[in-house]
Design a protein around this ligand. Structure first.
Ligand code: NAI
Ligand code: SOE
Length: 389
């Protein structure tokens, strides 16, 4: 009999939808499943929102009190899908109650806060994961496999971007993502950290950064309500405005600990770009390039290809590649955002069952927060800034 594990999911917005879907679908893709997730209880800020989450996402129960829920003896897993300001309090309480934890990114609002979470899970000895799901796109995992196999040699250069345009309009609302006290930072924490995670996964530790950081839209219309509708849905021309105290854009040079160099750009104001997560990696024996907007595809060029066939070619991820046995049986049927979350869920539940920490875990989340700290510091000082360990 496959083991079941009871999940309490705290938060019922965008990520609530993605995680609930993954709990339902993971055993359908990865069978036999490591364990069956049971959607036990969903928590939101009011009883009404929580009950809506229960009905919509297929949970057995709902609650407006996460503090009571994390202590429940029948709960095995706490899933934190709330805005960034509550990640630490929920994670620390969950660790103290002995629960396994998956927490959305960014792990915290900076390295110091992330460290309190890392200390708590280490002390409790629970399994922990931070939900940087893009590294679980099969083509990205294939890039890592090629790198580990030495197929592109020693890495010389990493160029990463995360470009979106949902907040380019200065009248798009001041949701929680534009408030430092809730989000911690802007493009740096919200989307830059995804690229930092990919850079750490594919290349290694980032040692030093030299960043330019800008805030273009100094005020935005105040948003009513709890959910971030990600800009476009609401136009608030003429509405009362308040100050934006986070960054809109970061552009940075990177020095990796092992000697590679690189760059990273992140903005939510790049008109025409949607979920433009890209990287290009050059090594001594070849190159790899990826664009999430074409996420079935990995572009590869190996230096020892025949002289008359040199150039990038496209490998479509499929059954021969990472996670291929669980996903779709023919390459290019289509990997979606949901699949990245389903794979994440599979890896998290596998870790719980095996007792071995998954990656990225809270230590990775903490290290990524230290890079985010360095980006902010460098943007302020205009100096090369070392990443604290
Ligand atoms: P959202 O604004 O869509 O939803 C947040 C939900 O949490 C709402 O239902 C809200 O009422 C609820 N909530 C807020 N405070 C709460 C509390 N103290 N207790 C219980 N419920 C609470 O936010 P979204 O987009 O789902 O973001 C949540 C987290 O997921 C953030 O940390 C964000 O950075 C991350 N995220 C990660 C993504 C990824 O690709 N891995 C994509 C989108 C968000
Ligand atoms: C908004 O920029 C957002 O929802 C981020 O918060 C997520 O992390 C990203 O993956 C999708 O875009």
């Amino acid at each position: 009999m496959t083991r079941t594990l009871n999940v309490a999911m705290i938060g019922g917005g965008f990520m609530g939808k993605a995680h609930a879907l993954a709990y339902a679908a993971m055993p359908m893709f990865f069978w036999p499943a490591p364990a069956i997730p049971v959607r036990k209880v969903v928590v939101d800020v009011t009883e009404a929102l929580a009950d809506e989450g229960r009905r919509r996402y297929g949970f057995e129960e709902s609650s407006a009190d996460w503090r009571a829920v994390v202590k429940r003896p029948d709960i095995d897993v706490i899933d934190i899908v709330t805005p960034n300001d509550s990640h630490a309090a929920i994670a620390i309480a969950a660790a103290e109650a002995g629960k396994h934890i998956i927490c959305e990114k960014p792990l915290a609002r900076g390295g110091d806060e992330a460290k309190t979470m890392l200390d708590a899970v280490n002390k409790a000895g629970v399994i922990h994961m931070v939900a940087f799901n893009y590294r679980r796109t099969p083509a990205v995992a294939l890039a890592r496999q090629y790198i580990e196999e030495g197929r592109i040699g020693t890495i010389l250069n990493f160029r990463g971007t995360y470009l979106q345009d949902w907040s380019a309009d200065p009248d798009s609302p001041l949701s929680w993502r534009f408030q430092k006290k809730i989000a911690g930072s802007g493009s740096i924490g919200d989307i830059g950290t995804h690229v930092v995670d990919l850079a750490r996964y594919l290349v290694g530790e980032i040692a030093e950064v030299s960043a330019l950081v800008r805030t273009y839209n100094k005020t935005r219309p105040i948003q009513r309500g709890n959910l971030d509708r990600l800009g476009a849905a609401e136009k608030n021309i003429g509405a009362e405005r308040a100050e934006v105290d986070v960054d809109d854009e970061v552009v940075t040079l990177l020095k990796f600990a092992d000697g590679a160099i690189g760059s990273l750009e992140a903005t939510r104001n790049a008109y025409g770009r949607n979920n433009f997560i890209t990287f290009e990696i050059h090594g001594t024996k070849g190159s790899i390039a990826f664009n999430y907007e074409r996420r079935d595809e990995l572009q590869v060029m190996f230096a020892d290809d025949p002289a008359d066939a040199r150039g990038f070619r496209t490998v479509y991820s499929g059954p021969a590649h990472p996670y291929g046995a669980g996903l779709w049986p023919i390459p290019a049927l289509g990997i979606g955002y949901s699949e990245t979350k389903i794979v994440e869920c599979f890896d998290f539940f596998s870790a719980i069952v095996s007792g071995r920490q998954p990656s990225p875990n809270f230590e990775d989340g903490y290290k990524t927060e230290r890079v985010a700290d360095a980006l902010i510091e460098s943007g302020e000082s205009g100096q090369w800034t070392k990443v604290r360990s």
